[in-house]
Design a protein around this ligand. Structure first.
Ligand code: NAD
Ligand code: WQD
Length: 338
């Protein structure tokens, strides 16, 4: 199989490219490197002995996509490319809708034109908005997103659902990721955020290495066991294998599927701090501050549909996730710029 991976130089993309190459697929990547470095793919080659074909280009450029589909016999597309910062999406809504929604439309047009009819889309638990209950199953209501990033994911899911009705030969799987963390166990590829991280695990990691002084814990008065926010953290290598499972099971069931990728277990901010202190053998300096606007108390998955439909379930524990994050951070204190 030859898989086109959009956004394949990014965090989840690079780990998925590695897993695809390891199992013998050919991989073509299109990435404009707006939030990544091609060093990630060089390291994938170092780890696998195989090289993905990289097009440094924008998915909004339909001519490049057309070229890719005519130069390679693409069997499937995994679509990671997009912008992902919740806060930035509030100040730059047009960029977010253009990259995430228009980018997907351009890609779909070109897939249709080229006769490539298998797509896996990076969706997010954010489509559930403020959860009415946990665990979140795919039957829970979507909507109520509070920022353009989340709304863009919801819009793309709706577009894909409508498109699958018009093109029933297509096989489209929206994978709703919960909170991806961790890194490849080699410590050679991992998450390399620009500037000060917004997400919890990269932030704690930079406190542990001494780049940041103190973690602000956003609220300890939530109705959770220790009062801090609870999330479903999932190892990026488990996510990568979830994409392989989705490719393997694409022909089963209906043309459009939306499936959670989570572990089904929630951990609090304090749990994560403690796991990090154990892995890094250091104290994590933190202070409790006000809640962050838009945060929910708890968000964790019912992951049974992935088990039923994809024969997939996460296998790595929270200690694995934090050990691998720490291994990546300490070997690459400045990410790919190290
Ligand atoms: P990332 O930023 O590391 O990867 C995205 C990649 O897409 C980057 O390499 C970036 O350069 C590229 N890109 C962005 N816009 C592009 C465009 N117009 N043309 C070509 N390339 C473009 O992010 P990630 O964490 O690997 O996330 C991958 C996908 O998963 C995204 O769609 C994201 O919204 C989604 N997702 C991420 C999370 C998370 O917490 N990391 C959670 C749920 C869903
Ligand atoms: C986790 C927990 C915070 C930072 C975001 C997006 C979501 C998805 C994944 C893409 C929460 C707390 C955090 C800090 C803290 N991305 N926290 N101090 O908010 O669950 O999800 O990333 O689709 O759409 O919204 O992840 O890592 O930011 O926060 O106390 O400095 O850590 O309040 O309880 P979140 P996160």
């Amino acid at each position: 199989m030859t898989i086109l991976v959009t956004g394949g130089a990014g965090y989840i993309g690079s780990h998925t490219v590695l897993a695809l190459l390891e199992r013998g697929d050919d991989v073509v990547v299109i990435d404009n490197l707006s939030n990544s470095s091609k060093v990630s793919l060089e390291r994938v080659t170092e780890l696998t002995g195989k090289e993905p074909t990289l097009y440094v280009a924008d998915i909004l450029d339909r001519h490049v996509l057309r070229n890719i589909f005519s130069n390679h016999t693409i069997t499937d597309v995994i679509h990671f490319a997009g912008l992902k910062s919740v806060g930035e999406s509030i100040t730059k809504p047009l960029e977010y809708y253009e990259n995430n929604v228009v980018g997907t439309l351009v890609l779909l047009h070109e897939m249709l034109q080229a006769g490539v009819d298998s797509l896996i889309f990076s969706s997010s638990a954010t489509v559930y908005g403020n959860p009415e209950k946990v665990p979140l199953s795919e039957e829970c209501q979507t909507g109520g997103t509070t920022n353009p990033y989340g709304t863009s994911k919801l819009m793309v899911e709706q577009i894909l659902r409508d498109f699958s009705l018009a093109q029933p030969e297509f096989r489209i799987t929206c994978l709703r990721y919960f909170n991806p963390v961790g890194a490849h166990e080699s410590g050679r590829i991992g998450e390399d955020p620009n500037g000060i991280p917004n997400n919890l695990v990269p932030y704690i990691s930079q406190v542990a290495i001494g780049k940041l002084e103190c973690l602000s814990v956003y609220g300890n008065d939530y109705p959770t066991p220790d009062g801090t926010g609870v999330r479903d953290y999932i190892h990026v290598l488990d996510l990568a294998s979830g994409h392989l499972a989705a490719l393997d099971h694409k022909a089963e069931g209906s043309p459009f599927k939306a499936i959670n990728l989570g572990t089904g277990v929630g951990y609090s901010v304090i749990d994560l701090i403690q796991a990090f202190e154990k892995a890094a053998q250091t104290r994590i300096n933190y202070r409790i501050v006000e809640r962050r606007a838009g945060d929910v108390a708890e968000c964790w998955s019912d992951s049974s549909l992935a088990r039923q439909h994809l024969g997939w379930q996460a296998t790595r524990t929270i200690d694995d996730m934090i050990r691998d994050t720490w291994n990546w951070q300490k070997n690459n204190p400045d990410g790919y710029g190290s």
